[in-house]
Design a protein around this ligand. Structure first.
Ligand code: BES
Ligand code: MN
Ligand code: ZN
Length: 502
């Protein structure tokens, strides 16, 4: 959708629909009070009839309010005024978008970004309004033969800023909001595509297409032969059981100063995880098409960097493979040699994410990174620990961990830290190789991160386990686009003046 700023007198705005907030208990927000005044108290008289309480997410569409230049006024419940915060703004905006996209207006003006929120700047509320609107408009229907499109979809949204002026900040809010929304839509699309379409080769093709969008982004794809030359025996052991060849996708974005150390993002791109010989139960196995959501979030974040023309150097690496059972597949007890030279006993072939990631993490060393963040749907245990609200965060660096947590808070795409104490490392002891690929009972998310930590001692590193946050199950099944919000926010924060040395 297209977004423009609108300022001046609210009652004089010529638009098909004005969106105004009403708090719980029919308490008028400032824009609603302005409309009430211009309509000589008509808004209050309507509310007194009792059809609309102002409960969060409630909507009421009004026509022909006197004294207005607009055709319609959409009242949106904002919940208790004292509790109005960014999630409440998101909810109210989503409710408005849901209604308007099915109704008639082709354009609307929202005043919701003006509702005061403690600690949130206009930049933040504008950006959030765009993100929530785009989230509400997102559909995945490319695999349906017939698509029910709204007859007159919402095309343009005005963002009302009252008497404030357009500035660099407001323009940034719009461009950042759109870039983040588009990046997360790309991550959703790749996640939602089925495994028979979204293969490692397909992902590589989409990455190459990104590279054609900007001179600052160079994309390189390594095939199995090149990976073999690099000694990536762990990664290649996973793809051996599949007829789809593995790919190592490398996206090199140079938006920062020449010679400035890059941030490296490594995303698990497992396009279908059947478990291999340690095969998974069939219930909900279809959802293992989402096992490439870490990789998708790296593509989405690179796309956002390109769109914002961000002034930072970022490398995206996506090791991509399928994990299927077959006569060539890894067998429990097999021992493989990683690029680092460390040998790994594959005690469970379903713990494959760490096998493809460890070689990609060794490969990352060559970029002399300022920091490395890997993103992976790595462990079911993370869903047990944190559910679907927070991604799991584990890190070998306090400052970097705080930075990631902070970016999560700022973007509303939160992470929660788990310990990476040495005490857990012995769970990975193997009688036959340097390290086992599973840590046995207990602390599955931590032992998975412990495994990765054996390959990341050359740089500052953080690991995000997104098993619970990358997609939703059930009737709302679909990719969430997380953690593109967190990652983009992290990079945006790194572009500003930096306190730390990392
Ligand atoms: N991709 C899965 C993790 C997963 C499972 C994410 C369910 C989201 C939902 C990963 O490859 C896996 O199978 N992990 C195993 C590890 C175990 C064998 C140590 C798991 O979590 O069961
Ligand atoms: Mn698995
Ligand atoms: Zn997996």
């Amino acid at each position: 959708m297209e977004y423009t700023l609108k300022r001046g007198d609210l009652a004089k705005q010529k638009t098909a629909c004005l969106i105004v907030g009403v708090y719980a208990g029919r308490e008028l927000s400032e824009p609603a009070a302005a409309l009430d005044k211009a309509s000589n108290g008509q808004l209050q008289r309507i509310l007194k009839k009792g059809d609309f309480e102002g409960k969060s997410g409630q909507t009421l569409l009004l026509y022909d309010l006197p004294g207005m230049a607009c055709e319609r006024v959409l009242l949106v419940g904002a919940g208790a005024s004292k509790e109005f915060d960014l999630p409440a703004l998101r909810k109210a905006t989503a409710a408005a978008i849901g209604l308007l996209n099915d109704a008639h207006p082709l354009e609307a003006i929202t005043t919701l970004s003006l509702l005061p929120i403690a600690d949130a700047s206009l930049y933040r509320t504008l950006r959030e309004t765009i993100l929530a609107s785009e989230e509400g408009l997102y559909r995945f229907d490319q695999c349906k033969s017939e698509v029910k499109k709204p007859k007159r979809p919402l095309k343009r949204m005005g963002l009302f800023i009252g008497t404030r002026r357009r500035s660099r900040i407001t323009d940034k809010a719009i461009s950042h909001g759109l870039a983040m929304a588009n990046g997360s839509a790309l991550a959703k699309e790749l996640g939602n595509l089925p495994g028979n379409i979204c293969t490692p080769t397909y992902l590589a093709g989409r990455a190459r297409a990104l590279g054609r969008r900007s001179r600052k982004l160079k994309v390189q794809v390594l095939g199995e032969r090149q990976m073999k030359e690099l000694g990536m025996g762990a990664l290649l052991s996973v793809s051996r059981g599949s007829s789809q060849p593995a790919k190592l996708i490398i996206m090199d974005y140079r938006g920062g100063k020449v010679g400035e150390k890059p941030v490296v993002l490594v995303g698990k791109g497992l396009t279908f995880d059947a478990g291999g010989i340690s095969i998974k139960p069939s219930a909900a196995m279809d959802e293992m098409k989402y096992d490439m959501c870490g990789g998708a979030s790296v593509l989405g974040t690179m796309a956002a960097c390109v769109e914002m023309s961000l002034g930072i150097n970022v490398i995206g690496i996506v090791p991509s493979s399928e994990n299927l059972p077959d006569g060539n597949a890894n067998k429990p007890g097999d021992i493989v040699t990683s690029m680092s030279g460390k040998t790994i006993e594959v005690l469970n072939t379903d713990a494959e994410g760490r096998l493809i990631l460890c070689d990609a993490l060794s490969y990352a060393e060559r970029f002399k990174p300022a920091a490395v963040i890997d993103i992976a749907t790595l462990t079911g245990a993370c869903i047990v620990a944190l559910g679907s609200h927070a991604s799991g965060l584990l890190s070998n660096d306090e400052e970097l961990a705080d930075e990631v947590l902070d970016a999560g808070k700022e973007s509303g795409d939160r992470a929660w830290r788990l310990p990476l104490w040495d005490d857990y490392q012995s769970q990975l002891d193997s009688n036959f190789a340097d390290i086992a690929n599973i840590g046995g009972k207990g602390a599955g998310t931590i032992t998975a991160a412990c495994f990765l930590s054996r390959f990341t001692d050359k740089y500052r590193w953080a690991h995000l386990d997104i098993a619970g946050t990358a997609w939703k199950s059930g009737s709302e099944k679909g990719a969430t686009g997380r953690p593109v919000g967190l990652l983009t926010q992290f990079l945006l924060q790194r572009c500003g003046p930096r306190k730390s040395k990392a």
